[in-house]
Ligand binder design. Sequence first.
Ligand code: SF4
Length: 313
Amino acid sequence: MTNKYIFGPVPSRRLGRSLGVDIIPSKICTLDCVYCEVGKTTELTCARESWFSTDDIIDEFSREYEKVKDNIDVVTITGSGEPTLNRNLAEIARRIKEVSSHPIAILTNSTTLTNKEVQNALMLFDIVVPSLDAATDGAFQAVNLPAPELDIVEINKALAEFTHIFTGKIYLEVLLVKDINDSKEEMSAIADVIKRCRYDMVQVNTVFRPPAYSGTKGLNEEELIDAFLYFKSFGINVEPVGNFVKSLGGTTDENLPERVSALLRMRPCTVNDICAVFGSDEAKTAAVTDSMVKDGLIEEKIFKGQKFYFGRR
Ligand code: SF4
């Protein structure tokens, strides 16, 4: 029998093995993001509706959950659109929790957080993953092509407020699109919003899969590292992204020289930059760079009073 609502388990780096519950028909959303992997939005709306019977969703969920429950870490409500548009969200979450003993997560584009009913429904979750792609109307319009009534300033205000009321985990997601929301000005405005939020981790992401709008481009690895370090410079707890940085998990004292070499081939870095990327100890990292300079593996140069290390290509 083909499933209508349940998919997976799918691996998610942040959430682990996740059993997905899709509660929105394709493709109804409050946004029409240029980078959307699901395709263009066919119904751009902020109206909350109940498209499906909760009983049907829960019947299918109970059946599939029983098969995979020993093999998953989390149940994730998502959708081929914005899941909080489902008016039965609270009831669905409550009933999933009656069946499941796993944490329950939801991915949301944050636009409906201005609605108290949505905030109340989200309180039932253990993990909320809200998107934050823009802090100015210009970037919001260009990246997210929103429903006309949406106001990014109000949305971000509601997002910040919600994060302080919600007691579960918050993983904020910022998706950067080349030449649209990746300027220092926009990233700095996004960083200001993040600083007003309570969160556990911020993931800075880019376009890795075919986007809804052709011509939409992602950042390359070097630009992603720059963005990552830029957010770090505001004291924000950012998670590494991108193929290069993703592969950096498990950096140890032993493989640090090799990782530093790979990083410096892409961009010059200070010791602090290197520590920010790898989470390495400052003294150990400085010892590694000193020894690599001595061995002629990397070079050092002083620029604007700071010591930068350069890799050999
Ligand atoms: S919010 Fe999500 S589903 Fe909606 S258009 Fe953007 S990426 Fe696609």
